[in-house]
Design a protein around this ligand. Structure first.
Ligand SMILES: *Cc1c(COP(=O)(O)O)cnc(C)c1O
Length: 400
């Protein structure tokens, strides 16, 4: 099938909830993808961090094959061989006690919200149905009704009400605003440590630690949504580790599935995640042996290949390289580790125009919030790859 046929079928039969760039990716390997005409691109999007380990990582594919030879799906009403080991390995990596596996990132966030509410009613004496959770403006935590209920993005919400109550939103990066918003019914603070979809917004130094201290003083639950920032992306295994701001609950997704399979999880302390009782929560596919085997392989790759360190190192090279590109269209370059964003000036026709141009020169990127081009290569990227990408980015901007 030709590219134009593939695209036509999507336009004719798929719901219109996306606006993809006009390229059909047929094959991927490591940091590279190829379209149907055989043209090669470097993947600087990594499926929003779901491809931290690159396309078709051999150790992860080996785990897929091996598990497929044994058993793929076992309901949680029985035990399987992979769930226990994954829970231990993930809890230990996070420095937390327990793991609740789900499938998508949004489901992990929903699960964390349920858990924080249940904890608040049982431990904070909050009257039934009154629990409040503090979130940040410009957040992104997924697309379910409850999650878009506390989005500040009209586009995510309009036409989808009525919404779930129980959320208060404050400016991101302002710890004092969190403190002021805490009331007797507050049970938790839910934040991304860096806002990815919000435009790669890095909070001021000390913010993560201040959030931890505020939650400790108020006796409420701190939830970091590390679905995008987790698994080495920002130069630490988890972004909160930059400031030692260990959460009570953390949501993970994207890279947990090794670029192969959807897998997410809530990881938490005994005191908080330990509140859930049998029957209160569940998922048909959550914790299935195929997902767990893939997640285990992904954790091994993260640790054995020292990908957090590599993200820190390559991120520095990339940030410096991007900042040295002198071009009138570039307003700001920011980010941490390999989660980087180029904010472009208003008059270049939006970040989308830049992404289209970068695609022409062999780079897969995508805009976030009209004005920011997100750059987030797989963490396995080499120094030579980074140099190649920087050269192409410069070439792309020159041709704007
Ligand atoms: C992508 C993302 C989600 C939602 O994950 P899905 O798997 O798309 O449901 C939640 N939180 C953050 C921070 C994300 O980046």
């Amino acid at each position: 099938m030709s590219s134009s046929q593939s695209i036509e079928l999507v336009e004719r039969y798929a719901a219109r909830n996306y606006r993809p760039l006009p390229v059909v990716i047929e094959r991927g390997d490591g940091v590279w993808v190829w379209d149907e005409s055989g043209k090669k691109y470097m993947d600087l999007l990594s499926c929003y961090s779901a491809l931290n380990f690159g396309h078709r990582h051999p150790a992860i594919l080996a785990a897929v094959r091996d598990q497929c030879e044994r058993v793929t799906l076992v309901p949680r009403s029985y035990h399987n061989t992979e769930l226990g080991p994954l829970c231990r390995e993930l809890a230990e990596l996070c420095g937390l006690d327990r793991v609740l596996p789900m499938n998508s990132g949004a489901e992990a966030v929903e699960t964390a919200i349920k858990t924080a509410r249940a904890w608040g009613y049982a431990n904070r004496g909050v009257p039934q149905d009154r629990a409040q959770i503090i979130v940040a403006d410009q957040n992104f935590h997924g697309r379910t009704i409850t999650v878009v209920s506390f989005s500040s993005e009209p586009y995510y919400r309009e036409g989808f009400g009525p919404f779930t109550p129980g959320f208060v939103s404050v400016p991101f990066g302002d710890a004092a605003a969190i403190e002021r918003a805490i009331g007797p019914d507050t049970v938790a603070v839910l934040l991304e440590p860096i806002q990815g979809e919000g435009g790669v917004v890095v909070p001021p130094d000390g913010y993560l630690r201040a959030c931890r201290e505020i939650c400790d003083r108020a006796g409420i639950v701190l939830i970091w949504d590390e679905v995008q920032t987790g698994f080495g992306r920002t130069g630490k295994d988890f972004c909160w580790q930059h400031e030692g701001a260990r959460p009570d609950l953390m949501t993970l997704g994207k890279a947990l599935g090794g670029g192969v399979y959807p897998a997410s999880a809530v990881v938490g302390t005994e005191a908080v995640l330990g509140v859930l009782r049998p029957g209160q929560h569940g998922s048909t596919f959550g914790g299935n042996p195929l997902a767990m085997a893939i997640a285990r392989a992904s954790l091994r790759v993260l640790v054995e290949e020292k990908l957090a360190e590599r993200a820190a190192e390559m991120g520095r090279v990339m940030l410096e390289g991007l900042r040295s590109i002198r071009h009138g269209a570039i307003r700001e370059v920011r980010g941490r580790g390999l989660l980087l964003g180029i904010e472009v000036e208003r008059d270049v026709g939006g970040a989308r125009r830049v992404c289209e141009r970068l695609l022409e020169v062999g780079l897969v990127t995508y805009e976030t919030h009209e004005r920011v081009v997100r750059l987030a290569p797989p963490l396995i990227v080499s120094r030579a790859d980074v140099d190649w990408a920087l050269e192409r980015i410069e070439q792309g901007f020159r041709g704007l």
